[in-house]
Design a protein around this ligand. Structure first.
Ligand code: KIV
Ligand code: ZN
Length: 518
């Protein structure tokens, strides 16, 4: 059976590369490794770990993932220039298996405004870049960027050149989300028919028109045997095709796809979704397919009755098959450290040292305020503690608030910075604003708050508030997250978390500037 007729659909996850390019996301190496480990548990076939030439941080993250993660093939993105490809390979070379993903723009628009190259020059670049990659590895993917706005004749020339130079995977990016399912499907079918050779056709669809999943599936239906996806559909602008949507569509409707299947452990999907949301600071919309908190909720009496009688009356997916059923754990304020660790262990969360100590303290505080503690609550507080690193500049010591409907809200905050306590008070147009102003004063940092999102981890009056904040300073955007039964405290924690990330990014930029000189 040739590769294109294979009944296995390759899942190429690009959460850590294209997903990470979404505005405001800035993951460090530890966070990328945590996600990569979860992607390996999901059993994706490929992890695109980054774009090594983009920054030293990207290089180190790809290298760390290549050296650590077992199972999936580790891929890195590269432009066609020889030095980029060599650098990409340097980052990947210690992986069990690696792939170099070479791309160049092929649409007239990109060639004129970005590349400043003509068609012949682009063809030469493809030849040069893919041939160099072939000297370094056997697994090469080639992407003509902005494929859906590239004239067909030229694209065929480019793709033929990529195959002749050694590519074994042709990825067709709908870079600006311009494709319409039947049109995109026809494009894939045409390429499969016209380009001879033993290669895999892949889709890479963006969601500008909300069609990324539909276009990816149209591609599969037309013969694509790899899909490029991101957990929660994150990515540039409106994002990329969502892993969970494409995978579950294939699983629920194999009849529509020639009985093709993926190797994804779907029970790990919800965990991957929560982890990516926590670490990127991108909330998952309530009604998001497969992973939204309402994806398995039934409001109307008729639906509730039906589902209680027989789940399949109003549900096509069994929630547990995507890991969506939060168990009610039996931890309360009398539970000890041993039970706490044991429960986390059963949830697959392994923490130790300072993180464990502070997570246990947070758990005890929560148990004092909340009677029923769910798995989602535990995951949220542990997640926040995991996001707080020992290298963080500032930690929250205390927060005092005065305000209500009368008078000006005032907050007094104390943060700790290498054993020194810094206290400041500030007014605000509300308690949250006052708390953030006080934190800015205490830490002597100024940043513009560009986004604020609050949701509850579970239902009920004593639910944990989960706050995600985005701040911007000197063109750097970062997110922060905080949880607490008190939303003002959750906001203060989120704000301080964002400030710590900002400080880290600025320190890193200074080091890079010093190393690379003026
Ligand atoms: O959207 C795009 O064109 C890309 C390519 C680099 C594959 O992400
Ligand atoms: Zn993309």
């Amino acid at each position: 059976m040739s590769k294109t007729e294979s009944e296995h659909l390759i899942i190429f996850d690009t959460t850590l590369r294209d997903g990470e390019q979404a505005p405001g996301i800035s993951l460090d190496v530890t966070e990328k490794l945590e996600i990569a480990e979860q992607l390996a548990k999901l059993n994706v076939d490929y992890i695109e770990a980054g774009f090594p030439v983009a920054s030293q941080g990207d290089f180190e993250a790809v290298q760390a993932i290549a050296r650590t993660i077992q199972g999936p093939v580790i891929a890195g993105l590269s432009r066609t220039s020889l030095s980029d490809i060599d650098r990409c390979y340097q980052a990947l070379k210690d992986a069990e298996n690696n792939r170099i993903h070479v791309f160049i723009s092929t649409s007239p628009n990109h060639m004129e405004h970005m590349l400043k190259m003509n068609e012949q020059q682009v063809i030469q670049e493809v030849k040069r870049g893919v041939s160099r990659a072939k000297e370094l590895t056997d697994d090469i993917e080639f992407s003509p960027q902005d494929a859906t706005r590239t004239p067909m004749e030229f694209m065929m020339e480019v793709l033929n050149q990529a195959i002749q130079s050694g590519a074994n995977c042709l990825n067709i990016p709908d870079t600006v989300g311009y494709g319409i399912p039947w049109d995109f499907g026809a494009l894939i079918a045409y390429i499969k028919k016209e380009i001879p050779g033993d290669y895999i056709i892949s889709t890479h669809c963006h969601n500008d028109l909300g069609l990324a999943t539909a276009n990816s599936l149209a591609g599969v239906s037309a013969g694509a045997r790899q899909v490029e996806v991101c957990v929660n559909g994150i990515g540039e602008r409106a994002g990329n095709a969502a892993l969970e949507e494409v995978v579950m569509a294939i699983k629920i409707r194999p009849d529509q796809f020639n009985n093709i299947s993926t190797r994804i452990n779907t029970e790990e999907i919800a965990k991957a979704s929560r982890m990516v949301s926590r670490l990127t600071g991108y909330p998952v919309q309530y009604n998001k397919a497969v992973v939204g908190r309402n994806a398995f909720a039934h409001e109307s009496g008729i639906h509730q009755h039906g589902v209680l009688e027989e789940r399949s009356t109003y549900e096509i997916i069994d929630a547990s098959s995507v890991g969506q059923q939060g168990r009610q754990i039996v931890l309360g304020k009398h539970s000890g450290r041993h039970a706490f660790v044991d429960t986390l262990d059963k949830m697959g969360i392994k923490i130790q040292g300072d993180t464990l100590n502070s997570a246990f303290t947070r758990f005890k505080e929560l148990a004092d305020r909340k009677v029923q503690i769910t798995e989602a609550d535990l995951e949220a507080i542990v997640g926040e503690e995991l996001g707080i690193h020992s290298q963080d500049e500032f930690t929250l010591d205390s927060l005092e608030l005065k305000g209500g409907t009368v008078g000006t809200p005032i907050a007094k905050v104390t943060v700790v910075n290498s054993d020194e306590k810094l206290t400041a008070d500030a007014e605000g147009n509300g308690l949250i604003d006052a708390a953030c102003n006080a934190i800015s004063k205490a830490t002597n940092t100024s940043a513009k708050l560009t986004d604020f999102n609050v949701s509850s981890v579970t239902g009920g009056i004593d639910a944990l508030g989960d706050v995600i904040i985005q701040i911007e300073s000197d063109d750097i955007k970062v997110t922060g997250r905080g949880v607490s039964t008190d939303v003002v405290e959750a906001s203060a924690r989120a704000y301080l978390n964002a400030i710590n990330r900002l400080v880290k990014v600025k320190q890193r930029n200074e080091i890079i500037q010093k190393v690379s000189g003026p």
